[in-house]
Design a protein around this ligand. Structure first.
Ligand code: LLP
Length: 394
């Protein structure tokens, strides 16, 4: 199929494997949990409508963080009652849209959001289910740039700042959920369990008087590493969760994004030029940080495969054609000898790949293709040059 794809489509393009996504979903859905649970796909990982619809058809809900993600999720077919809205900077527009769609929960991260949701809901004759995202002050032990559960960061609310009694007096909101998300790429399940413990004890404490918390939303963050086989120990994680929630009756939500789609995605690119600069061998490809930003932003190397038959190895920096020194896709990687015209593919790019792409340097955003065992189909066409001018007025 690869040869056919490379003949039919010009690079760069993303290719996703539906089977891999389905396997990830079935694995999570078949975990032996002894409590009520539901998985909500973190849309930001890959918001393509075809992917969202696929995930929705397999009994997942959606986790969104903007009006745009909410709009796309509704369009992809998610029931509003299977959508939760997170995010540290929701605008009034985001909140009004989420309120009128009557989604499962708006998880607030700033206490001021509550008064607004209350007033707007009352003005529309509605009562809105809300959650509060707690900052549990727990280190996810992941990359610094994607850790979100420590005190001093912008995420969530510190427990000691919340007056649960006064929230209970609002008539337009119903506090049903406590939520948290301590970071991404987490492989140490102990950190996750410790953060869940904090949420459970807080919910127990609130319910001893107010009896309002029905749902605990434990966020996502399940690690899929770029260049290591370290993995979250799902078996231990599941067993410890069952232990933690024994004799509790909370509905538990999880919000995985990366875990569902990362491994399913490959990004195909063509080698435009091979050059030597000082003691470095540099490959310039037709892909850049506009199409795949993560290496430049997080200093990570994605796994790379070279599609040629060379047996000799050389060490390369792989770069794109953007006029910026940070435009690298990988540094100091040992790969089969590469020549002009070769194709290479980046692996594990199904999450936060296309979704973080941009049109910087006025490059059209790439094509996206979804394959299954029998066939493939385009699920996002490449931007045209006219698309790059859309919404601009001369
Ligand atoms: N829930 C919330 C509230 C989140 O902020 C996120 C991710 C997730 C769930 C899903 O996390 P996951 O299961 O995908 O780890 N751009 C970065 C990742 C940033 C994740 C932001 N929030 C990257 O490319 O590694």
């Amino acid at each position: 199929m690869t040869e056919k794809l490379l003949q039919e489509f010009s690079t760069p393009f993303y290719l996703y494997d539906e089977e891999i996504i389905k396997n990830k979903i079935s694995f999570l859905n078949s975990l032996d949990f002894k409590f009520d649970f539901k998985f909500h796909f973190a849309v930001k990982a890959n918001p393509n409508l075809a992917i969202l619809n696929l995930v929705k058809r397999h009994n997942f809900g959606a986790e969104v963080v903007s009006a745009g993600e909410l709009f796309k999720s509704l369009k992809a077919g998610f029931d509003p009652m299977n959508i939760i809205f997170d995010g540290p900077g929701k605008t009034e527009f985001d909140l009004k849209y989420a309120i009128t769609q009557q989604i499962r929960s708006i998880n607030v991260e700033n206490l001021e959001e509550i008064a607004f949701i209350n007033e707007y809901s009352l003005s529309k004759g509605l009562v809105t289910n809300i959650g509060i995202r707690i900052n549990p002050d727990i280190d996810a032990k992941t990359l610094d740039k994607i850790t979100t559960g420590k005190s001093g960061g912008k995420f969530g609310v510190s427990i000691d700042q919340i007056d649960f009694d006064s929230i209970a007096n609002f008539k337009g909101v119903k506090l049903t959920t406590l939520s948290e998300h301590i970071g991404s790429q987490i492989v140490d399940h102990i950190q996750l369990i410790s953060s869940y413990q904090k949420l459970v004890s807080l919910a127990d404490k609130i319910n001893s008087s107010l009896k309002t918390i029905q749902t605990l939303d434990f966020g996502g963050g399940f690690g899929v590493m770029d260049h290591s086989d370290k993995k979250l120990n799902f078996q231990d994680w599941q067993n410890e969760l069952n232990e933690l929630l024994k004799a509790k009756s909370y509905n538990i939500l999880f919000e995985p994004g990366r875990y569902i789609v990362a491994d399913s995605g490959e990004l195909y690119t063509k080698v435009l030029y091979v050059k030597t600069s000082g003691n470095k061998r540099i490959i310039i490809t037709d892909c850049s940080f506009s199409e795949y930003l993560r290496p430049a932003l997080y200093d990570i190397n994605p796994p790379i495969e070279v599609l040629n038959n060379s047996n000799d190895l050389d060490t390369y920096d792989i770069a794109g054609g953007i006029c910026e020194s940070t435009d690298f896709l990988a540094k100091d990687v040992s790969l089969p000898k590469i020549k002009q015209g070769d194709f290479i593919k980046l692996l594990n790019v199904g999450a936060y790949g296309s979704s973080m792409s941009s049109t910087y340097n006025s490059r059209p955003r790439p094509l996206e293709i979804l394959k299954n065992k029998e066939e493939y189909r385009v699920i996002r066409s490449r931007d045209t040059l006219e698309d790059l001018c859309k919404n601009e007025i001369m």
